[in-house]
Structure formats: structure tokens, C-alpha cells
Ligand binder design. Structure first.
Ligand code: NAD
Length: 313
């Protein structure tokens, strides 16, 4: 007899549900609204969400039996971590599941900037043939600066190496040996800014990284630099990026994340030198399935007192 009740509110792939059902009663209530969640949560030991459902202090207050909240993915911005901590509820996520998907999107943005494929395609759809205008550049021999050489930064470095790029890495929390092992030449941030043709950001959003790529940072970069951010909105100062694009200091940007999401009609996303995507870094079939399996195992481990791999609080 399963002794735990698990509530899944933002959908979960069958691969994850099957694992949960082996050891728990699972209720799938996709699309549940805030009021309904408050009415239901009292019956459950575990809650599994993606990014849609807000797990507020009130949810923890009403969810007297709640022992774990699982996020099938990475970002836990929608979960009140302080309230979880105060109530002794543990929060787990599935950060490893999305590494490849984000690294591959990063490469897609780099290649799209290099060959202007979105512009070429838009012109073709209008019956235009821009062959003469569309002179791109090759990645081979160019320098890629990787800010944050964690799981995704390292996966990007490995892929960029296959394109024969020179790779620089800056990460103050890793040793120079660790950065080198991950395929990047360790450098200071100033050196990375000075040398890189393309800069890609893979740090978490923290008090320290918020706004770290600001006007002063752009001043230190090479003229014609291209910037990629698939990490989090708020790390790049968007006004400073827009100014750099306008002045020609930056030749392009590939952005998956924004200070405000969705950004609506913004000067940045509308800019001809910007290639923008709607926070789709983790949106691959494989990453979603991996997240479901990872979070199912992690939530069961939390309920059964097993070792946790990805405890947020
Ligand atoms: P990770 O923890 O493995 O790596 C982050 C790295 O950043 C670490 O090595 C850390 O030492 C480094 N770091 C921290 N502060 C730094 C600073 N001030 N300067 C330079 N480096 C610093 O995380 P990850 O799995 O590689 O993910 C990186 C980021 O990607 C996440 O924080 C997340 O916000 C983002 N992400 C985005 C999507 C998406 O949908 N676009 C999906 C998943 C993750």
C-alpha cells in the first residue's frame, strides 16, 4: 500500500508519473488555480510543479502534511523558499536535466548570429533573395568567452571546441585547474572582456551577478562583440546592451531570457541585431522527460528519507 499522496499540478511526462506511482498515490490536476490548490493541498505529502504554479507562503501554511515540493526543471523563482524553510518543507529541483538543451540553444544562437539565418529566412518568406547582403563569419579561429563554467558553460565549451573556437573561461568559484579541465583557458573577467569575439553567460542570477554585464563591462569589450545570454534575465543590464547595439560597440546579441518575461514589444527584442527566443532553453522533449524522471526519484527520496541530490532548501 502506497503511504504517500503526491499532487502534480503543471503536468509531468508519463516516464516520471510511472516512477511515482510505484510508491505513491498520484493525483494529476493540471492547470489548477491558486484557490483550488489551497483547497486541495492539505491532503498531500508532496507537490510537483513546473514554472506555472506559484507555491506561496499560504500554500505551505495550509499544506500541513506537505513534506516536499519538487520543481520539474531548474528555476525555483515561483516557490516561496523562505516559507518552505520556516515550515520545514524541503524543496528539490532537477538542474541536470536541462544542461544539454540549454547548451544546444546557446550554440543555435551563436550560429544564428554568425550566419543571420533568422533574417535570411524572413526575407525568403517575403520572396527576397539577399545573397549579396548576407555575408556572415566563421566560428573557427574566433574567441568565445564563457562567463560561469558550470554544467552548461562546460557543455557549451565542449561544443564550441568542435567548431575550432578558442575558449576562455571566467568563474571565481572554480579553480584554474577545474576551468581548464572543462575545456576553457582560465582568465580574469577583464581579460575575457578584452579578448572575446563572442561572450556567453552561464551564471545563476544572484545579488552579485544581477546587472554584472553593465555599461562598464561593455566599455571593456572588443568593438563588434556579440553577446549571448541563456542564463537569467537581469544579469545583463538591458539598457546598457541596447546602448551598445545602437552605438555599434556590440554587433549582435542572442537572448533567451529577459528582465521581464514576457517582455512584450520591447526595443531590445525588436532590434535588428538581436535574435530573441521566449525562454526556450529547457524546452526540448528530451529535457522535459529527463526532468520528470529526475524529479520523481528526488521527491520519492525526500519522502522516504533517502539521500538527496538536488536539495534547494
Ligand atoms: P551551475 O551551477 O552548474 O553553473 C553556474 C556556474 O556559475 C558555477 O560554476 C558558478 O561557480 C558560476 N558562478 C557563480 N557566480 C559567478 C560569478 N559571479 N561570475 C562567474 N561565474 C559565477 O549551473 P548551470 O546548470 O550551468 O546553469 C547556469 C544557469 O543557466 C542557471 O543558473 C540558470 O539560471 C540558467 N538556466 C537557464 C535555462 C533556460 O531555460 N534558458 C535553463 C536552465 C538553466
Amino acid at each position: 500500500m502506497a503511504e504517500f499522496n503526491v499532487l502534480v499540478v503543471d503536468g509531468l511526462e508519463e516516464s516520471g508519473l510511472a516512477i511515482l506511482r510505484r510508491s505513491a498515490h498520484v493525483a494529476v490536476q493540471e492547470g489548477v488555480q491558486a484557490e483550488e490548490l489551497l483547497r486541495m493541498i492539505g491532503d498531500y505529502e508532496a507537490l510537483i510543479v513546473r514554472g506555472r504554479t506559484k507555491v506561496t507562503a499560504q500554500v505551505f501554511e495550509v499544506g500541513r502534511r506537505l513534506r516536499v515540493v519538487g520543481r520539474a526543471g531548474v528555476g525555483v523563482d515561483n516557490i516561496d523558499l523562505q516559507a518552505a524553510k520556516e515550515r520545514g518543507v524541503c524543496v528539490v529541483n532537477a538542474p541536470a536535466s536541462t544542461t544539454l538543451a540549454v547548451a544546444e540553444l546557446t550554440m543555435a544562437l551563436i550560429l544564428s548570429l554568425a550566419r543571420e539565418t533568422p533574417r535570411a529566412d524572413a526575407a525568403m518568406k517575403q520572396g527576397l533573395w539577399l545573397k549579396k547582403e548576407l555575408i556572415g563569419f566563421e566560428l573557427s579561429g574566433k574567441t568565445l568567452g564563457v562567463i560561469g563554467v558550470g554544467a552548461i558553460g562546460a557543455a557549451v565549451a565542449r561544443r564550441a571546441a568542435a567548431f575550432e573556437m578558442k575558449i576562455l573561461g571566467y568563474d571565481p568559484l572554480l579553480s584554474t585547474e577545474q576551468i581548464a579541465q572543462r575545456g576553457a583557458q582560465p582568465v580574469s573577467l577583464a581579460e575575457l572582456y578584452r579578448q572575446s569575439d563572442i561572450i556567453t553567460i552561464h551564471v545563476p542570477l544572484t545579488a552579485e551577478t544581477r546587472g554584472m554585464v553593465d555599461q562598464r563591462a561593455f566599455e571593456q569589450m572588443k568593438p563588434g562583440v556579440r553577446l549571448i545570454c541563456t542564463a537569467r534575465g537581469g544579469i545583463v543590464d538591458e539598457a546598457a546592451l541596447l546602448a551598445a547595439l545602437e552605438s555599434g560597440k556590440a554587433a549582435g546579441a542572442g537572448l533567451d531570457v529577459f528582465a521581464q518575461e514576457p517582455p512584450g514589444k520591447s526595443a531590445l527584442t525588436a532590434h535588428p541585431k538581436v535574435i530573441a527566443t521566449p525562454h526556450i532553453g529547457a524546452q526540448t522533449a528530451e529535457a522535459q522527460a529527463r526532468a520528470a524522471v529526475d524529479i520523481a526519484h528526488e521527491v520519492l527520496a525526500a519522502l522516504q528519507g533517502g539521500a538527496l541530490r538536488w536539495k534547494v532548501v
